[in-house]
Design a protein around this ligand. Structure first.
Ligand SMILES: Cc1cc2nc3c(=O)[nH]c(=O)nc-3n(C[C@H](O)[C@H](O)[C@H](O)COP(=O)(O)OP(=O)(O)OC[C@H]3O[C@@H](n4cnc5c(N)ncnc54)[C@H](O)[C@@H]3O)c2cc1C
Ligand code: SF4
Length: 328
């Protein structure tokens, strides 16, 4: 059952920011994650502030520098938008992989970036470290769907968003309005590692609202893709996923971004794989080296070492696919 809370639906952004300044108030966008979190007492809110009436936070447009995506744009709109499909196919593919059609129609991109993790201890009745308890139950427990990177043996959630890895790979930036004014945060800096603060998922402060996301224009020779492996064909979070952005200069890769999903508590940038790709042609040898490098420093637990081969295989497949599509 949902607990009792006050519900406010301001029609102006500054009103929403003012309401959200109060400790114990939460942003409500599509509500697909928030309502579950309130019901499960993961979030304890006295006031829920709906931003759904803020028209300026909706829609996708082309700007001089690239694309601007309002935080209230639905995941379906992103997956179907022709500008996104043309400029950043990887983002469109990632959006299409999110949840189910109903959830994509209701869920927004802002909420997708800020959603809470799906660890079953956290969502269940376990007072674990992330909820302020004493220990992480996953480290020596049922960790088959947990992280193999970035957990530092503190908390092994995997970051749940499918769109965030692509936005990291495309150098996306979130624009935030808050009590101290507006600020910009690179999507790569939005999420928090357990070693920095195990209680927080994003660097957003109380009262801050993501208003929109910008993605710089794709340069010539730009290729992007997203691939997700899940346990079930129906809706499910990523067991292993890869967001890939390559910029080609002739037959060589001038820029490579490899960001893994289902891998770590944040979208996991594999700089080791990127180093193996940079300034090289996309040959079988380069692909093998990059895919091996991506998993070289994995730290699996007792039940999730299968993810190592899975990540290596999925990256290899995605790079071969890229090679076929961008061959000069
Ligand atoms: C059954 C199920 C399956 C799912 N499967 C997937 C999946 O496969 N892949 C995936 O990526 N996601 C998945 N999700 C998550 C879903 O995509 C997200 O819940 C949705 O995108 C969140 O958007 P929302 O607008 O509903 O957010 P809300 O539920 O309204 O909010 C989610 C969180 O973000 C905060 N928030 C929302 N908007 C803003 C904003 N503009 N600024 C600051 N904070 C904000 C809220 O306070 C809240 O904490 C699933 C969810 C469910 C329930
Ligand atoms: S992985 Fe994180 S969220 Fe899950 S039980 Fe451990 S501390 Fe809690």
């Amino acid at each position: 059952m949902l607990p009792k809370f006050a519900y406010i639906r301001p029609s102006k952004l500054d009103e929403a920011v003012t309401q959200l300044r109060q400790e114990g108030s939460s942003v409500h966008a599509g509500g697909t994650d928030l309502l579950g979190c309130l019901r499960e007492r993961i979030i304890d809110s006295k006031t829920v502030v709906s931003i759904s009436g803020l028209e300026e936070l909706k829609g996708i447009k082309k700007t001089n520098d690239g694309l601007q995506i309002g935080a209230l744009t639905t995941i379906t709109e992103i997956s179907e938008d022709s500008l996104v499909k043309k400029n950043f196919p990887g983002l469109s593919q990632a959006a299409a992989e999110v949840a189910s059609p109903q959830l994509r129609n209701q869920g927004t991109i802002g909420g997708n970036l800020c959603q809470k993790p799906r660890c079953w201890y956290y969502r269940g009745e376990f007072h674990c470290l992330r909820k302020g308890g004493e220990k992480c139950f996953a480290l020596a427990g049922e960790n088959q769907f947990h992280a193999i990177f970035g957990h530092n043996h503190i908390c092994a959630i995997t970051h749940p968003s499918d769109t965030a890895p692509v936005l990291v790979a495309c150098d996306g930036v979130v624009h935030v309005a808050g009590p101290d004014g507006n600020r910009k945060i690179a999507v790569k800096d939005l999420h928090v590692l357990p070693q920095d603060d195990v209680r927080k998922e994003t660097v957003l402060k109380q009262g801050e609202i993501i208003t929109h996301i910008t993605v710089p224009a794709a340069s010539a020779g730009h290729y992007s893709s997203y691939r997700k492996i899940r346990a079930r064909r129906a809706w499910d979070f990523a067991l292993a996923g890869v967001a890939l952005v390559l910029t080609m200069d002739g037959d060589r890769i001038s820029r490579a971004a490899v960001v893994l999903s289902g891998a770590a508590p944040i979208p996991w940038r594999s700089t080791a794989a990127e180093e193996e790709l940079k300034n090289k042609p996309l040959t079988a040898q380069t692909i093998a080296a990059a895919s091996a490098a991506a998993v070289a420093d994995a730290q699996p637990f007792s039940k999730n070492s299968y993810k190592i081969e899975m990540f290596q295989g999925v990256l290899e497949e995605e790079l071969f696919k890229a090679g076929e599509k961008i061959a000069p």
